[in-house]
Unconditional design. Sequence first.
Length: 281
Amino acid sequence: MKYFHIRCTEREPCRGKDMAEAPIEMWAMQVAFAIGLLGIYVGWRGTIAKMTGFYDLSGAVKTLLYGIIAGVLAASAIDILILAEVRTGTQNIISLGVISLIIALAESSFSLFVLGRSRIVGLRACAPYGWTLGLGFGAMRSAHLNVRLFDPVVWDGTGFSIPNIVLACVLTVITCLGHASITTWQGSRIIENSRFRPIIYGSIARSALTLSTVLAVFFPPTLALVAPIVAWSWFPAQESWLPSGLTPAARQAYRRTLRQAEINKSRADSRIRGKLVESDE
């Protein structure tokens, strides 16, 4: 199955069926989505897997599914209202920024609706559930962008190639971890009974992330604008935002779990290299 596009330029005006192209094969689209879903694995493996026993993981799976569904809708809106406009050059950066902010406000409001429910607040699970909700947002967003990145008729540099596969992987990690961090921060504020101000701040951050990742399809260095911020956000997310709902005793136990995980990883690496490992047993 192939998806056909009509590409019109000033030099080559549209001529109906003569201009129809079949730019992206189904297998390439499946690779694009697989890379997008890989972002869920990275985000889950690095955080939620370590929180087993501290929160109800079945609830985390549910919020992940909510994020995936909402992410599909948001990705469709971004494709029509932002990416298509960038491709044709019919909107300036200010107009695109306003559109991305409106979409971000919808995402932030949806996050408040999901994470602010009495059951989740009662469990004090807003932050870790926010992480999985954000992973769902980011996975669908990056999968959509990867499809456009592999589509050779979108832009001169797009198409299925090794450099674009690498770019898709980087784009996926930044998008998934960026959305997860933002939604986790919003969840940590909900626990503190701060609901509406985080919507504003979170929407600004989401808008910047959305615009930067969409522009990266056309100009990859744009990712450098948000990559350092996403990398920085990893540390407060792990140290402060994710465990924000835990009791003091549970928070200490969680940090001990993280330290023990690092020790075990170091020992495993040492065994792989053939070094002697001292045991505490």
